[in-house]
Design a protein around this ligand. Structure first.
Ligand code: KG4
Ligand code: ZN
Length: 370
């Protein structure tokens, strides 16, 4: 069985051909994976502009699907179904992939399988490493999400923690913007942080110790004791504000009495701020992931999504995993940021569980995974 997969939830137009292997330990393999990134278009605006994103998906989708078939040396007659990201994401962008998949599925008379974007990120780990020892504690950390899941059995995902405000990747992108480092912020901060001193500027890490009246009550309920469940939620907006305050303060000191524009910070300051910021984010993510993993009796630990590309997060997770003698899985860089191969993997999982859909399903910007 070959599945064509399509992903258009944000600013990457992606298509892939994924095949079943027949090996239950390593169930899927990538025959091709094409990603057309729109980063160059959005960089000019300092972030993703939804309307520009949907228009570019329309321009790219046909060529990207054709390229995926060509790279796999396959024709549509070999494709048994189409997996597509249903949500969450930018609804105009999602609609391009969903409409394309439905039209192609209808024309070819093959099933269409709607896939949750975060299920795709989680299954990117299985696609790369084979079935994980379960239960697994898995952190999906990207520009749009910071969500912690327990996977008790294959294809079952329970949310046990999430951010109450910004996603970690969003904090990277915002901090990069205020430091004048461009978009996306993750890779450049990651690089500069390696040249800086993490102990020169320390930033507060928000711990949510009190009940949030606006939060849905159930985040980790049933899986974690209530006080632990609260602690496991994330918050990054305070950190972003702390960086902003420090930057303004230092710019003020540099400007002295001069009334002209805020002066640029010296490169050394920027590197040290990046290092301090990154230290705080990585610790906040790993403290919660490993605390939850302990309570959940996790046999393995996974980190997926764009921020899982972060070098310090990867290195520190590995060290923490060794300490508690649990394997830590991260996807290869090609599968950590948005791609269609992971959607194909999650799609094959659903297909084998009989979870295909009629053509009446729609793109769903706020679709939630339990
Ligand atoms: O998964 P992804 O491609 O898209 C979403 O679903 O959001 O993740 C993109 C995010 C961006 O915020 C980007 O800054 C971040 O992943 N990112 C990183 C790194 N590479 C990408 N963050 C930290 N360190 C990195 N090396
Ligand atoms: Zn993503």
């Amino acid at each position: 069985m070959n599945l064509l997969a399509i992903e258009t939830s944000c600013d990457e137009t992606a298509a892939a051909l994924i095949a079943e292997t027949g090996n239950p330990r390593q169930p899927w393999q990538i025959r091709s994976s094409i990603v057309a990134s729109q980063t160059a278009i959005h960089r000019e605006w300092g972030g993703v502009v939804p309307e520009l994103a949907s228009r570019q998906h329309v321009r790219d989708i046909c060529g990207v699907v054709e390229a995926a078939l060509e790279q796999a040396n396959a024709s549509m007659s070999e494709v048994g179904g189409i997996a597509v990201t249903q949500g969450p994401g930018l609804v105009g962008s999602l609609l391009v992939g969903v409409s394309f998949a439905k039209a192609l599925g209808w024309a070819r008379g093959i099933p269409v399988i709607p896939v949750h974007h975060l299920a795709g990120h989680i299954e990117s780990l299985v696609l790369a490493h084979g079935e994980l020892p379960l239960p697994a504690a898995i952190l999906v950390v990207s520009g749009g999400h910071t969500s912690l899941y327990v996977v008790p059995e294959p294809g079952v995902y329970h949310l046990v923690g999430r951010t109450r405000d910004d996603a970690a990747g969003e904090a990277y992108d915002k901090v990069a913007k205020l430091l004048g480092l461009g978009y996306p912020g993750g890779p450049v901060i990651d690089k500069l942080a390696r040249q800086g001193r993490a102990d020169r500027f320390t930033f507060p890490s928000t711990r949510l110790t009190h009940a949030d009246r606006n939060a849905p009550s159930a985040t980790g309920a049933g899986w974690l004791p209530p006080d632990v469940a609260r602690r496991i939620d994330f918050s990054f907006s305070g950190l972003k504000t702390a960086v902003l305050r420090l930057v303004r303060e230092r710019q003020g000191a540099l400007a002295g009495d001069a009334t002209n524009d805020a002066p640029p910070l010296p490169p050394e300051d920027i590197a040290d701020i990046c290092a301090g910021f990154q230290r705080t984010v990585v610790d906040a993510l790993l403290d919660r992931l490993f605390e939850a993993a302990g309570w959940l009796g996790a046999q393995s630990i996974g980190i997926a999504g764009g921020v899982s590309a972060n070098s310090q997060l990867r290195a520190d997770a590995e060290i923490r995993g060794e300490k508690i003698q649990r394997p830590v899985f991260v996807p290869p860089l090609s599968l950590s940021t948005d791609n269609a191969a992971m959607i194909g993997a999650a799609g094959l999982r659903r297909y084998r569980a009989g979870l295909t859909a009629g053509l009446e399903f729609n793109a769903e910007a706020s679709l939630a995974l339990t």
